[in-house]
Write a protein that binds this ligand. Structure first.
Ligand code: PMP
Length: 292
C-alpha cells in the first residue's frame, strides 16, 4: 500500500474536495502540538456508510468535549462524507473525518484558532490479519491504563487519548502479540487499543460499563444483535481475574468489526458459538445496511 500521503483521489478539506496530495496544514497547527484534535472511523459496505448519523454526531460531540464547535452542521457533514465516498468510488472502504484547531495561535490557550475539518476515504480491508481473526487475536495486558474521567475527556474520540494506545500496541507487538488489553485506572478490564471487549461466561455476555472509555457504536450494535438472539448482556465492572472462568472473548469496533480473541496473557479462549453467531450477524447487518 502507498504511504497515506501518496494515495489517489480527493480529500474533503474545509468545504471542498481537494486532490489527495495537495491537502496541506501548517506545521504550526495547534491540533498537532497540543492534541486539540478529534476524529472518527467509519466503514462503507456495498457503497453505504454504516451508522453515518451516529458517527457524525459523535464527531460533533467530541469537538464539544474539547471545547470547540465544528463549523458545519450534522447534515452538512453527512453530505460531505457521502460526497467524498462517492468521489473515491469504493464500494467497501474506511472513512476518516478529522477536526482540529488551526495555526492562528501557538500556545496552551487556543481560543481564537479556526476549526478545520477534513474527510478522507481509503480502502482498508481488515484491521487484523485474516489468520489472526480465524484463530482469535492474542492480547497482552498493557502497562498503561485508561484514565480516570477526571483526568481526560474520556468519552471523546480525541487524538490525545490515543497516545497511550499506540504505546500499548507497540509494547505488545514488540513481543509478538496482536494487540494490547487495557485496564482502567482502577484495575478493571476496559478495552483494547481500538475496540471494546466482551466476555462470555456460562452462555451470557459480560462487558465492562463504559464509564471511562468509548461506548463504541459497534458495541451498541452488537448488544442489540445479542438481544435479538435472546442472549443476555450484562454491563458491569469486570476484574482481570475473571478471565479464568471465561469461555469466549471478542472485541468490537468499526475497524475491528467483531474479532474473536484467542488469548489474553496466560489465558486461552475458544472461538465459540456465541462469538461466531454475532460475527455472522454483524456481517449480515452491515452488508445489508442502509446509511442512517
Ligand atoms: N475504543 C477505542 C479506543 C476505539 O478507538 C474504538 C474505535 N473507534 C472503539 C473503542 C470502538 O468504537 P466504535 O465501535 O464506535 O468504532
Amino acid at each position: 500500500m502507498d504511504n497515506f500521503d501518496e494515495q489517489v483521489g480527493a480529500i474533503w478539506y474545509n468545504g471542498t474536495l481537494v486532490p489527495w496530495g495537495e491537502t496541506r496544514l501548517h506545521v504550526l497547527s495547534h491540533g498537532l502540538h497540543y492534541a486539540s484534535c478529534v476524529f472518527e472511523g467509519e466503514r462503507v459496505y456495498n457503497g453505504e456508510i454504516f451508522k453515518l448519523r451516529e458517527h457524525t454526531q459523535r464527531l460533533i460531540d467530541s469537538g464539544k468535549e474539547l471545547g470547540f464547535i465544528i463549523p458545519y452542521s450534522l447534515g452538512e457533514l453527512e453530505k460531505a462524507t457521502r460526497d467524498t465516498v462517492a468521489s473515491q468510488g469504493y464500494l467497501d472502504a474506511y472513512v476518516r473525518p478529522v477536526a482540529w484547531r488551526g495555526s492562528e495561535m501557538m500556545g496552551v490557550s487556543a481560543q481564537d484558532t479556526s476549526i478545520n475539518v477534513a474527510i478522507a476515504v481509503w480502502e482498508w480491508p481488515s484491521y487484523f490479519s485474516p489468520e489472526a481473526r480465524m484463530r482469535g487475536i492474542r492480547l497482552k495486558t498493557s502497562s498503561w491504563r485508561r484514565p480516570d474521567p477526571r483526568t481526560a475527556p474520556v468519552h471523546a474520540k480525541a487524538a490525545g487519548l490515543y497516545m497511550i494506545c499506540t504505546l500499548s500496541k507497540h509494547e505488545a507487538e514488540a513481543e509478538g502479540w496482536d494487540d494490547a488489553l487495557m485496564l482502567d485506572w482502577r484495575g478493571r478490564v476496559a478495552e483494547s487499543t481500538g475496540a471494546n471487549i466482551f466476555l462470555i461466561q456460562d452462555g451470557k455476555i459480560h462487558t465492562p460499563t463504559p464509564d471511562c472509555f468509548l461506548d463504541g457504536i459497534t458495541r451498541q450494535t452488537v448488544i442489540d444483535l445479542a438481544h435479538h438472539r435472546d442472549i443476555e448482556v450484562v454491563e458491569r465492572s469486570i476484574m482481570p481475574d475473571e478471565f479464568e472462568k471465561t469461555d469466549e472473548v471478542f472485541v468490537t469496533g468499526t475497524a475491528a468489526e467483531v474479532t474473536p480473541v484467542g488469548q489474553i496473557d496466560e489465558h486461552n479462549f475458544d472461538v465459540g458459538d456465541i462469538t461466531r453467531t454475532l460475527l455472522k450477524d454483524y456481517d449480515a447487518l452491515v452488508r445489508g445496511a442502509k446509511s442512517s
